[in-house]
Every structure is written in structure tokens, then in C-alpha cells.
Design a protein around this ligand. Sequence first.
Ligand code: HEM
Ligand code: NAG
Length: 320
Amino acid sequence: MGSRVCVSCFVAIMLLLMASARQTDAQLTSTFYDKSCPAALSTIRKAVRTAIAKERRMAASLIRLHFHDCFVQGCDASVLLDDAPSINSEKNAFQNFRSLRGFEVVDSIKATVEKACPGVVSCADILAVASRDASEYVNGPMWTVKLGRRDSITASKDLAEADLPIAFNDLDAQISSFAKQGLSVRDMVALSGAHTIGQAQCATFRGRVYNDTNIDAGFARMRRRGCPVSDGNGNLAPLDLVTPNSFDNNYYKNLIQKKGLLHSDQVLFNGGSTDDIVTSYSKDKTAFYSDFASAMVKMGDISPLTGSSGQIRKVCSVVN
Ligand code: HEM
Ligand SMILES: *[C@@H]1O[C@H](CO)[C@@H](O)[C@H](O)[C@H]1NC(C)=O
């Protein structure tokens, strides 16, 4: 009797293991569109390059879009959905509202790809490819993008507000928000290096430049000038004061000089457990690039919809 129970236990455990292996594999592969839409990757790449040539900041905005997609119910393009009767748009989450940008660029890439191969390439994959192409265009790391994600038919403003990190985070909060997505402390420090490009609004760094003590005095004075105490919430400042338009490891050098723009940037180098990683990236651009690339691939793997789950949207901002 005892041994028969164990045999069925064994079978049950094997079945569970096989099922979970199939799920975590997620079936993403870099060759996913090779037969069904051979022009997909070159079409996206060309459109991304055109958009960034027109406005350099778009590289930053596209990378951020993929991040804000993946952290909320996985990399499923939920971030692109507009409000609708059954959709509570993530665009209105406080981390995204009047802040997340690049939607028109994604819509136009999607329209071009749809012309070449109608109904084949997902919006979630377009975000993943566009962020790799954007990084490459501004001299950042390159990596092979895994493909085969499908698009959600739902979005969640509540989940976005709960899961997207905020600029006032301390180190522990930031570590746990990445851990919740299966990302390590090292992944978190590497991915934060995306703040080597792009801009932030005064409202996100006001508290830091007026009240933080772990900030370079001259840097704080300079940023206060563009960010009045009770005005100018939308005024922009570069996240990397040295080379805001180029991907490099200056972000980490800034942190060591206490010139991180956001409170959540400076916590990475503030006498805590991540100081050593920051120091190593500040000295070794190659190590940063290699860790950033693997962390982007890992982030792109967060809970994709595959197989027959979800759908391939025709227009990224609405479900079919
Ligand atoms: C670690 C936690 C993070 C926090 C708290 C955070 C927060 C922010 C904030 C507050 C802004 C400025 C938004 C605005 O003022 O409109 C911003 C911009 C940006 N973030 Fe992050 N972020 C984090 C991680 C990341 C990651 C992991 C990536 C990508 C891999 C990323 C990419 C960017 C980029 C590229 C911009 C500039 C966007 C633009 O200029 O349009 N961030 N982030
Ligand atoms: C700085 O801190 C003080 C005291 O907590 C607070 O009253 C004030 O609003 C803060 N200033 C900014 C710009 O955040």
C-alpha cells in the first residue's frame, strides 16, 4: 500500500515538474518570426532608428516603455491599452501619467509591421525589439531578443501603481520590487543604469534636491534653479548630467559623486549593500554592458503570454 502511494506520488510529481518546466520555458525564441514574418525585425529596427534620429530622447522613452510593460502583469503590452469599458488604462497610473511617452512611435511601427505581415507580430514583441534597437542606436549594449510574446486583453492601473517602482524608494523597497519580478539585486543595479539616458520631471526630484543630505551641494543648487519649490512640476532635467543622450556608464560615476538625480538612484550608492556593484560598473563599462544585456533579457522573460493565450492586437492601444 505504502509503495503504491509513493508510485502515484512520483508520477504526480513528475507531471508537475514537466508542466512547470514547460511554463517557465515560456517558448520564447529569437527565431519566432523567421518564417511567419521575415521582415519583422528589420522593419522595427528601421522605424526605431528614424524615430530616434528625429528625437534623441525617444531612445530612452522606448526602453522605459518595455520596462513599464514587463513589470505589470508581465511583458504583454498591457501598458499600451487605452481606457475602454473593460480596460482601466495603465497609462493613468501615477508613475506613467504625463510621463510615459513614445506611444505614437509604437503605433506607427505596428502599422508598418501590420502592412508587411497582418496579425502576426505582437505589440509586446515590438516593445522588446524596439528597446534593444534603441539601446544599440545610442551606443548601448546589444542583445538577442527572444520573441513569441502575445498581447493581453486586460490591463491593470492598480497593479501598475503597486508594482512600478517610484523615485522616493529607499534601497530595500527597490530591491523587493525587483525581487517580486524574479530579478536579483545585481539585475536591479544594472537595469537602473538605463538612467544613463533620458529626462525626469521636477516633481520626481524636488524632494531630493531640496531635502536630501547625500547630494553634492553644487549639483543640488543647479537642479533647484530649474525646479522651484512650488512650481514647474513638469520642468525637465537629464538623469545623467554628463552625457544625457548617450548610453554609457557615467550614471554610476555620478552616483559616486553624489550626483544621482532621483532619490531612488542615489540609494544604490549610499553606504549600503549595492555600493560595490556601483563601484565596479563605474570602473568597468564592459561588465555593466554585459550585465545590462542579460538583465534586459531576463526582464523580457517576465510572464509572457504564449501559445494561444491572449491575442495579436491589430492596433496596440485597443484589444481586437
Ligand atoms: C529602479 C527603479 C526605478 C525607478 C524608481 C525609476 C523611476 C523613474 C522616474 C521617476 C523617471 C522620470 C519620469 C518622469 O519624470 O517623467 C524615470 C525615467 C526613466 N527611466 Fe526609470 N526608474 C527605475 C528603473 C528603471 C529601469 C529598470 C529602466 C529600464 C531598464 C528605466 C528606464 C528609464 C528611462 C530610460 C527614463 C527616461 C525616459 C524618458 O526620457 O522618456 N528606469 N524613471
Ligand atoms: C523638505 O522637508 C520638509 C520637512 O519634512 C517639508 O516640509 C518640505 O515640504 C520638504 N521640501 C520638499 C521640496 O520636498
